[in-house]
Design a protein around this ligand. Sequence first.
Ligand code: KG4
Ligand code: ZN
Length: 341
Amino acid sequence: MKETMNILAIESSCDETAAAVIQNGRKVLSNIISSQIDIHTKFGGVVPEVASRAHVEVISNVVEEALSKADCSLEDIDAIAVTYGPGLVGALLVGIQYAKGLAYAVKKPLIGINHIEGHISANFIQYSDLKPPFVCLVVSGGHTYIVYMKDYGEFEIMGQTRDDAAGEAYDKIARAIGLGYPGGPKIDKLAKEGNPDAIRFPRANFHDPDTLDFSFSGLKSAVLNYLNQSEMKGIEINRADVAASFQKAVVGFLVDNSIRACKIKGVDKIAVAGGVASNSCLRQSFKEAGSQNGIDVLFPDSILCTDNAAMVGSAAYYEFMKGRTSSLNLNAVPNLKLGER
Ligand code: KG4
Ligand code: ZN
């Protein structure tokens, strides 16, 4: 095995076209992200076909820029990694076909990566000493999981959402109060001006009191009902109060279940990952709950929380170390589950 291993990683599962060069799973030599936010804003959300076309337009430039920023040529690259699921099928296929073509042309191994595993691995880049086992909360636009990472690439799902993902709930409520897409950062900002105790929104109740699962669709309905009823009664809506009260309900649910998961596993470390991990209220609440419970809470920098390819390169290094590579038949798996291969 070589002393240094450089992985060129590609990510195109949703609305970011990204490429990165990662050394030994931890060191970022480059991390290029081309966001489609401006394109999708006018539609109020990601339009899958538009996303695929936008990936096609920029992927060559993004990969070239990642190599040039890393001061690498393709000869310096030891393997090519790509996200193959979960995500939008057309968007995934753009990255996969590009990576396959490149791997074939330069005769380098191809490593297909699960996007959720990528999000978790962002913590390995941020914290160079971090090693499994630990508990991880993954909160993105499409997924909400509490995971016990036993070893690199080995996961036990302890809890997950039964309906909407946390980020999806943020995006839907943002749209309902007229904030637009993407909603998470906008609610985060507006909530700072609101009173989180102004409106009491309910938390989902499950029959099984020990479950670590989540549900956000009831909360979403409660907020929509509140907005409709206020409008019907002619009561002026304070959007900042709605944002802060909604956020308090989401964050409380996420933090409480995560702390319970750490206690169940007897671990004193939790890593948080995914786009919603950049939320300021979530970070603050976790910090407080962590110090009350003697649990170390880890958050990657915001740029590593939302979709990027550096996280994919980190996950790929540990897959490669375990001898797991993909064939050139690699295909997109839009509903790929964590831990599934
Ligand atoms: O991980 P990500 O970039 O893409 C997926 O894999 O889904 O996450 C995007 C999600 C969106 O729902 C966005 O609204 C949310 O992360 N998000 C936030 C914040 N920044 C991004 N949610 C709450 N607060 C934020 N600051
Ligand atoms: Zn993501």
